[in-house]
Design a protein around this ligand. Sequence first.
Ligand code: GLA
Ligand code: ZN
Length: 680
Amino acid sequence: MINKAKPKIWYGGDYNPDQWEKPVWDEDLRMFKLAGIDVATLNVFAWALNQPDERTYTFDWLDEMMDKLHADGAGVCLATSTGAHPAWMAKRYPDVLRVDFDGRKRKFGGRHNSCPNSPTYRKYSVRMAEKLAERYKDHPALLIWHVSNEYGGYCYCDNCAEAFREWLKARYGSLDVVNRVWNTRFWGHTFYDWDEIVPPNALSEEWRGWNGRTATNFQGISLDYCRFQSDSLLECYKLEYAALKKHTPDVPVTTNMMGAFKELDYRKWARHLDVVSWDNYPSLDTPYSYTAMMHDLMRGLKDGQPFMLMEQTPSQQNWQPYNSLKRPGVMRLWSYQAVAHGADTVMFFQLRRSIGACEKYHGAVIEHVGHEHTRVFRECAELGAELHKLGDAVLDSRVQAKVAILFDWDNWWAVELSSGPTIALKYVEEAHKFYDALYQAGISADMIGADADLGGYDVVIAPVLYMVKPGVADRIERFVNEGGKFVTTYFSGIVDENDRVTLGGYPGELRKVLGIWSEEIDALLPSQSNRIVMKRTDGGLRQSYAASMLCDLVHSEGAEVVAEYGEDFYKGMPALTVNKCGSGEAWYLATSPETAFLRDWLPGLCADAGVKPHLQEVPSGVETTLRVKDGRRLLFVLNHNADAVDVKLGNVGGTDLLSGKPLSGTVSLAGRGVWIIELQ
Ligand code: GLA
Ligand code: ZN
């Protein structure tokens, strides 16, 4: 657990005193105290300030601020500042500048813009990390390292091209294997020399496709380039990590992630982080279940270990198209939503608003008016006091879920690089449909990687498991044989890890466990739909549901047909099947159903597996999770509605840690209210 040095939910966030003159600092520190802020993330974008030229390093401002914060009893999340390189570096060493998707060599500007394979970037970023570690290794305020910032973006420069070839050599050993896994006899692409291989951007294999997504002629090349760029940035992170650990082996290290961020395989990254941290920026109309899923996705990266909420806005955003205010109570509610899903910190971007540039209209604890008499400050201060009272009660507890949704970055890339059968298929949206159906029923889910242990779950759902990586089918089979319920969908079991089709009939490696053969896949126009006609309507199921997007034309090979198509030439063919295997079941949903179907069907399937919601009746807009530690069970109940609701606790009861009140029976939960009930 990271919070040992400060055993409470850390409260604070990004603070940029380096943008301000000193008189402002003391005012800030005074207000931090008022707000109960005890952690400041410093130095995120101060590289150019700390290193004015190649040989000079100056950290006076940072020394002083670290000391001041420590004197005030606050700790520091210390960033290495390598998320934006200095202008002098770009001028002198253009290799730090990226080449973009369109093949243009970038000039200095923006941030998160360094070529990950630039020798200059690697040398100076690691050197900066090392300087900081040497300097602050014994500083009592240092709590955790924050490497760079929100890594992301791909580069297509010549250094990357060279590094890509080396990466391929390490992965495949020979050009023969590369030619085979990429199927390069297609369109006459056989490579005879490594340096014939070039990065796949708009100058070569890729273009911006129908839906704005990257399209490619060669899925194998593009998929490997995603893996390679993710690995290249990861290598930059790992080099800084090693430099930091050399001097501070016991200080945890993280980098801030961004939820369902496509470019980086976060599951792979997480192995190299001591703790996962992430930045949560929902907009006013983001479904609560989507935010919940993102928290669960981040928690799943390290198999359930608590994570850090590194950033959220106290109220307003600046980079969304419409930047709504967080309504009164919403910041507190969403902070507890993060905690309910496993966060052990509540941190903001930012503690004080900038005076200029593009984030000056981004909300902050301290607004431009400069004093504490604002709605936002008051809400922040109230939460600060409350978190102080809560102490260590929830720290290091684990979220309990018996249902898992499998989410895999390789699969995501492959699904969305696919040319056909439909541009409507969006992997995150598909996963969210299933997550949301569980969420509405009050059933918690873990979001797990394709390599995760399935043993602890009763139900495993793998939406659109298009790519089946080595060993995955075996583990699914074992899970089912041992009594688990497995659910997968349309467009699953089609390809191997290199996007080569598994021959012999879809769904390939999953065909046996599912007991079906999918002969063809129909893609429906947006205006078209089909129907799922149920053969049984027990458990509150309707007789028929709408279906759209994709329809697999399935033959049963032993599976029981539970529903059929109601329209078109494949009317009467299976739309939903279940195959009994060992003591478990493997379900195949052959088409994309309307929301009502998943909401009607999934809770029953979970109940059959012995999985129940935390509360018997969950009012609409109320979210529940359970965090458990040393036999203590903490039930989080969050009311996303603006108005109060009556919550029937039924046979559940205990003390609300926030109000100190005992709760049982039917109790009214205030609009945007929160309980953390320690169950008896
Ligand atoms: C990200 C970055 C911050 C800031 C915020 C604004 O999360 O990490 O530096 O730009 O967005 O929302
Ligand atoms: Zn590059």
